[in-house]
Design a protein around this ligand. Structure first.
Ligand code: E4P
Length: 218
């Protein structure tokens, strides 16, 4: 399972990278705004800064355009920024056309804002490299986000689709574990969802005892 971090915060990206388990980064316009990154030039520069931290990892950069021609223009500009950029495209009609266009050109896409198995099927048919079902936002409206991961896994396995299931809107460590059990290819979430995997009270108690016993004999 690949681990992506879902943030535009360079310090958090660097911390996850230093842990040695980071495979990529996802961003979106809201995450950029949260870090105060505004203006086209600043946003483009920030994508390059992120790519330079995540050695070799995929970095999703989202288009703002919503019509085919503008999506293509914007996506091509994003893809040219850095070889690690994945063009993130929303699940709308022109987005499906744009994903097919990019797929035919060998440019990788991440289909975002996916909330149903049908949308995921379309993304795979259009040749998206990644599909991003937002499990946390489904949970927020009292729907089972994890069930969507299971449904997409079944559909993709039935037909051998190569589109990777990128469990997005992951909110906590149990989401990571559950997505791993269901066979999601990738998860993207906050740094806390990754570092939370480290914690177990028996590890802390066991280590404290080992160190205390060592001290007794030395
Ligand atoms: C995915 O690529 C999105 O950026 C993200 O996971 C959305 O998460 P949220 O629902 O926590 O905003």
């Amino acid at each position: 399972m690949k681990f992506f971090i879902d943030t535009a915060n360079l310090d958090q990206i660097a911390e996850a990278q230093a842990l040695g388990v980071l495979d990529g980064v996802t961003t979106n316009p809201s995450l950029m705004a949260k870090e105060g990154i505004v203006g086209r030039d600043n946003i483009l520069k920030h994508y390059v800064d992120i790519c330079n931290i995540v050695e070799g990892g995929d970095v999703s950069a989202e288009v703002i355009a919503t019509d085919f021609d503008s999506m293509v223009k914007e996506g091509e500009e994003l893809a040219e920024l850095h070889e690690q950029i994945i063009v993130k495209i929303p699940m709308i009609k022109d987005g499906v056309k744009a994903m097919k266009y990019f797929s035919d050109k060998g440019i990788k896409t991440n289909c975002t804002l996916v909330f149903s198995p049908g949308q995921a099927l379309l993304a795979a048919k259009a040749g998206a490299a990644y599909v991003s079902p937002f499990i946390g936002r489904l949970d927020d409206i009292s729907t089972d986000g994890l069930n969507l991961i299971a449904e997409i896994r079944q559909i993709y396995d039935n037909y051998g689709f190569e589109t990777e299931i990128l469990a997005a809107s992951v909110r906590h460590t149990m989401h990571v574990i559950d997505c791993a059990k269901l066979g999601a290819d990738v998860m993207t979430g906050p740094l806390s969802a990754i570092t939370g995997l480290l914690s177990h009270p028996l590890t802390d108690i066991g280590l404290a005892k080992f160190l205390a016993d060592y001290k007794k004999g030395n």
